[in-house]
Design a protein around this ligand. Structure first.
Ligand code: R5P
Length: 310
């Protein structure tokens, strides 16, 4: 097994490799003067089981292109198998044609990964589970929930309720509520623009409860902060959020700071930001991904990684 990292999130790749008991593979990634990307794998990878770690986070187009070029380099260097490790699969929100004349970019990304030479994909908390079907190669889809739930349990919240901030997140919220053995509620949300949302209603019991908003990702923070506002309005005692991928913008940070959200629990699937006083707890998924790599390499089941200990 050989693990390589792109430049998107070397810290996570290093942690993952160290869990597996390896150093990162030697690769030289540079830019030509006109901005084109140049990749050179320094060591011999002929016949090896190669893993390339690269979340498609900001800047997504640079990171995606770099990943594709690394995969191409590995294929041409005769790697036996190439696993693209995407702790965060960018463009996943463009997963259907919900208006005339729009692309399905999540499918385009899948096509590009396969065309470049990807043999299998390892990813985590896809925006929609169905994206797995965009691939005709094996996909291992991990969930951050076991890591998050362990932390949330340690907080010993009294009378908690898991809340989905929109209809699309209901399955994920249901899974959390099962693991935390608590109630479930939903916020009805309306998107008014790329960074503006409105929470219209809450379905479920939230009064006097400690609410935990659960979502796959946060960018402008609009979804979370609007949901938190309406939850407080409906009598929630406190509001926390558990979000796998936090790609928060400057505006999002401001919103978070001014919102009633007491703590945002997230993972290191994408690089850390300068959090400027936001109440945030970052949990590492390096071990989860590392364990998945070991199991994939040894042809063992990864299903048990979805379970949490009682
Ligand atoms: C939506 O379906 C997603 O699960 C997130 O709730 C949404 O994309 C978050 O975006 P923002 O932080 O900009 O509201």
């Amino acid at each position: 097994m050989l693990i390589f990292s792109g430049t998107a999130h070397e810290e996570l790749a290093r942690r993952l490799a160290s869990f597996v008991g390896q150093n990162l593979g030697a690769v030289d990634i540079s830019r030509f003067p006109d901005g084109e990307i140049m990749v050179k794998i320094i060591e011999n990878i002929r016949g090896r089981d190669v893993y390339i770690v690269q979340p498609i986070c900001y800047p997504p187009n640079e990171n995606l292109m770099e990943l594709l070029i690394m995969i191409d380099a590995a294929r041409r260097a005769s790697a036996a198998r190439i696993t693209a490790v995407l702790p965060f699969y960018g463009y996943a929100r463009q997963d259907r044609k919900d208006q005339p004349r729009v692309p399905i970019t999540a499918k385009l990304v899948a096509n590009l990964l396969v065309a470049a030479g990807t043999s299998r994909l390892l990813t985590m908390d896809l925006h929609a589970q169905q994206i797995q079907g965009f691939f005709d190669i094996p996909v291992d889809h991990l969930h951050a929930a076991p890591v998050m739930v362990k932390y949330l349990r340690s907080q010993n919240l009294e009378n908690p309720v898991v809340v989905s901030p929109d209809a699309g997140g209901s399955k994920m919220a249901y899974a959390y509520s099962e693991m935390l053995r608590c109630g479930l509620a939903f916020v009805a949300k309306q998107r008014k623009g790329p960074s503006e949302v409105e929470a219209i209603n809450v379905v479920g019991e939230v009064e006097n409860r400690n609410a935990i908003l659960v979502d796959d990702l946060s960018t402008t923070g609009g979804t979370l902060t609007e949901a938190a506002r309406i939850l407080k309005e409906r009598g929630a005692r406190s509001v926390r959020a558990a979000v796998t991928h936090t790609l928060i913008t400057e505006k999002g940070m401001e919103r978070l700071k001014q919102s009633p959200i007491e703590e945002l629990v997230t993972t290191d699937s994408v690089p850390k930001k300068e959090w400027k006083g936001c109440p945030i707890k970052i949990l590492s998924v390096a071990e989860l991904l590392g364990e998945a790599l070991i199991r994939i390499h040894n042809n063992q089941s990864v299903t048990s990684l979805f379970k949490i200990s009682e």
